[in-house]
Design a protein around this ligand. Structure first.
Ligand SMILES: NC(=O)c1ccc[n+]([C@@H]2O[C@H](COP(=O)([O-])OP(=O)(O)OC[C@H]3O[C@@H](n4cnc5c(N)ncnc54)[C@H](O)[C@@H]3O)[C@@H](O)[C@H]2O)c1
Ligand SMILES: [Zn+2]
Ligand SMILES: [Zn+2]
Length: 375
């Protein structure tokens, strides 16, 4: 490739500071160093975690940054020591690496590779980007709102060359997160009753996971009733809008299910909803999984909730070991075993990223897929 070994100047959406629109800039992307891969990003979804960083969490030291962590692309060039990837390979960048060698990667119990960047800060201080003479951070290590990005090879998954990148980009975060939270973390059982709070892409994917695991009843909970029609497509059987009830939603669910659901998944990112999700579970064996993202507040619950036999768990990236799990999910999509296209409500160009952000803020989309570089 003519660009190998050289700095690439390309377009990216830069978040200069919290709470401000992203700015389309020309950035410089350095060549990949040892064990690194430079990727031409073809398409990227917008996930609520991008909004969280920009408007809600607002870690001042996480800026300037290029957001985006739900992308897919093509390897442009590789650095020294990379043998697994070649220019032209189709790949998905991973916000959790899988080195395969650390104590966490060797355990079947978790996907928390020791090489993960500091999730507290949310932006990787190692960055190959500069803009106007300033270093620009890579949000979640990935930065898919850029025509090119550089990743360590332990955080890149090679996928089936026939996969459509403008669809499977969503397997880089939202779909794997929700689906895996149901299947891998909650371990939903056949014949069970489930409740999923929040019908964004993550919650809808959790509904899809509950259905795949054989749940017989799946209750979709959202304060935006526009989401319920979509929830049906993914397998929800019942719908509850907490705003339609004067009593707490956990009470409503408990009455609907003779004492509570077997499994609940919180896909909102709100500690009050996390508590409701736990309290919606049946005593004795109910399992509640935190999927929604927040570190603004502590959560609270009465100890009796757990003493009486409920389990409270959390799930990052659906518990998938990223490098192994993502290509398998791509295969499932190509084999028509999971839905992906149905999550996409809008397609836009990178220049329209602020419109995509606005749509999500207003609850008017499930996923917008941005086309980043021409293929
Ligand atoms: N754990 C992980 O690895 C991981 C990965 C990706 C996203 N996330 C998090 O998952 C959450 C969902 O992401 P998304 O992209 O689907 O977001 P989204 O904004 O598309 O969807 C959130 C949904 O929650 C609903 N909601 C808001 N308040 C509610 C309430 N009080 N009760 C019920 N529903 C309510 C909204 O109406 C919306 O439909 C976010 O917090 C995101 O940061 C976590
Ligand atoms: Zn995400
Ligand atoms: Zn590891």
């Amino acid at each position: 490739m003519a660009t190998a070994g050289k700095v690439i100047k390309c377009k990216a959406a830069v978040a200069w500071e919290p709470n401000k629109p992203l700015v389309i800039e020309e950035i410089e992307v350095a060549p990949p160093q040892t064990n690194e891969v430079r990727i031409k990003i073809v398409a990227s979804g917008l996930c609520h975690t991008d909004l969280y960083h920009l408007f809600e969490g607002m870690h001042k030291d996480g800026f300037p940054a290029v957001l985006g962590h739900e992308g897919a692309g093509i390897v442009e060039s590789v650095g020294p020591g990379v043998i697994e990837f070649q220019p032209g390979d189709k790949v998905i960048p991973l916000f959790i690496p899988q080195c395969g060698e650390c104590r966490f990667c060797k355990s079947p119990k978790t996907n928390q590779c020791v090489n993960a960047w500091d999730v507290g800060v949310m932006s990787d201080p190692e960055s190959r980007f500069t803009c106007k003479g300033k270093k620009v951070l890579q949000f979640m290590g990935t930065s898919t709102f850029s025509e090119y990005t550089v990743m360590n090879q332990m955080a890149v998954a090679k996928i089936d060359p026939t996969a459509p990148l403008d669809k499977v980009c969503l397997l880089g975060c939202g779909i794997c997160t929700g689906y895996g939270a149901a299947v891998n973390t909650a371990k939903v059982e056949p014949g069970s009753t489930c409740a999923v709070f929040g019908m964004g892409a993550v919650g809808l994917a959790a509904v899809m996971g509950c259905k795949a695991a054989g749940a017989k009843r799946i209750i979709a909970v959202d304060i935006n009733p526009d989401k319920f029609e979509k929830a049906k497509v993914f397998g929800a059987t019942d719908f509850v809008n907490p705003k339609d009830h004067s009593k707490p939603v956990s009470k409503v669910l408990s009455e609907m299910t003779d004492g509570g659901v077997d499994f609940s998944l919180e896909c909102v990112g709100n500690v009050g909803v996390m508590r409701s999700a736990l309290e919606s579970c049946v005593r004795g064996w109910g399992v509640s999984v935190l999927v929604g993202w927040t570190d603004l507040d502590d959560f609270a619950a009465r100890p009796i909730q757990l003493i009486a036999g409920r389990t409270w768990k959390g799930s990052l990236f659906g518990g998938f070991k990223s490098k192994d799990g993502v290509p398998q999910m791509v295969k499932k999509y190509l084999d028509k075993k999971i839905l992906v296209d149905e999550f996409i409500t809008h397609n836009m160009a990178l220049d329209q990223v602020n419109d995509a952000i606005e749509l999500m803020k207003q609850g008017k989309c499930i996923r917008t897929v941005l086309s980043i570089s021409p293929q």
